[in-house]
Each structure stands twice: as C-alpha cells, then as structure tokens.
Design a protein around this ligand. Sequence first.
Ligand code: GDP
Ligand code: MG
Ligand code: ZN
Length: 219
Amino acid sequence: MMEIKIVKQILAWNEDVSEEVKQLLREKNVCLVNVMGSPGAGKTSLIKKIINDLRGKFRIGVIEGDIAGQIDADTIDRMGIPVVQLQTDGACHIEAMSVQHMLPMFDLDAIDVLFVENIGNLVCPAEFNIGEDLRVAILSVPEGDDKVEKYPLMFETTDALVMNKYDMKPYFDFDDVRVETSARDLNPKIEVFRVSAKNGDGAVDFINWLSDQISRKIG
Ligand SMILES: Nc1nc2c(ncn2[C@@H]2O[C@H](COP(=O)(O)OP(=O)(O)O)[C@@H](O)[C@H]2O)c(=O)[nH]1
Ligand SMILES: [Mg+2]
Ligand SMILES: [Zn+2]
C-alpha cells in the first residue's frame, strides 16, 4: 500500500462551501455519504461491512475523520480502498472546507461513492453539511434508548438510523421501539435498521437500501 495521506483540519476553515463540494461531486458523478455516531458506535465497522458487500458493485473511497491518529485509515487501507485521514487536532466535527481540500487527493473519475467517517460525536457533526448526498446516523445498543430524545438534531437530519450492535440487545435494557418511535416523530422519512456490523445480522436490508440510494444518485 502507498503511504496514507494525512490532512490537518484548520479551525479557520469555517466558511460553508458545502454547495461547491456538492457541485464538484455532481460533475464527477460521485455520491458522498456522511457517517455519524458516537465514539465506538461502530462507524468503522459498518463502513468495513459496506465495503465488503458493495465493493463489487461500486468503486468506493473513504475519508476518515479523527481528532488524532490514523488507526481507522490504516484499517481501510488494508482493505485496498483509497483513503485519506483527516486529523482535526481536537475539533469535534468535519467541515465542508476540509472535504473540499481533500477531494483532489482522490481520483474522482475512479470513484462512485465516497464515505466520510465523521468525528465520533452525536452533537455538532449534525450541524455541518459537508456536501453529502446521504446521512447515516449510527446509534449502538449499549449507548441507551434515550439518545434520540437527547440528541434530536442528529436523528432529525439523517436519512437513515442504524441501530448497531443489535447482537448485544439481550444484555442491555434497550427499547428499540422507543428509539424508532422517537426517531420517526422527529423525522417521518427516516429509514430505520437493526444491524450487527460485527456478525452481519440485519445488515442486508440496510445494504440494499444504501445500494439503491447510491445507484439513484449516480444514475
Ligand atoms: N458486539 C458488537 N460489537 C461491535 C459491533 N460493531 C462494532 N463493534 C465493536 O465496537 C467497537 C467500536 O467499533 P468501531 O467500528 O471502531 O466504532 P467507531 O468508533 O464508531 O468507528 C469495536 O470493538 C467493534 O468491534 C456490533 O455490531 N456488535
Ligand atoms: Mg472509527
Ligand atoms: Zn464540533
């Protein structure tokens, strides 16, 4: 593998260029998917599952966002997928300006879908449009069934809610109906999936939905 490119996000990058990012991606016919959720919710695990299931169908790239390090980018690189690591140096979300800066590091003519693993955080990533076509919010079972009510913007603005670590449900007091009901109250169009990114249970419905969405965007 080639050495992974690492980009530092600069705090002054706060101008909203999400429309410019969107425009460029439209020209290149690339679908951008913003993957959000708490630290440890399973963002990387779900992206790995998506890569395994959809790499035969779409040409995939990944932007890994973290406040430090490149652990997740190394994981994706080992799968042979083009990846760039964004280090925000402590900042708690990704901004469109960073994505704009990183797009030239990919061969966009050779990519159909670019996944962005946002910073682990249920709060401000939801406030920043990065030029995405789709948002996927992950809430894992051990985090608790009250999180949709406590962090409404994340679930109000997402296209899909993935309840991940569903294999752990027997060990937690996690009322999945409460989660789904509160998410649908906030966001009637939301798609809701119950998934184990670890063993793949329930992932097929999510993967099929995602695949349809990507196909629709790239035509
Ligand atoms: N039991 C179980 N563990 C999971 C699942 N998805 C992820 N994990 C574990 O949760 C931890 C954090 O996962 P990771 O994908 O790194 O989360 P991220 O911080 O959101 O990227 C790792 O130890 C994963 O193996 C799942 O569906 N079930
Ligand atoms: Mg991760
Ligand atoms: Zn933030």
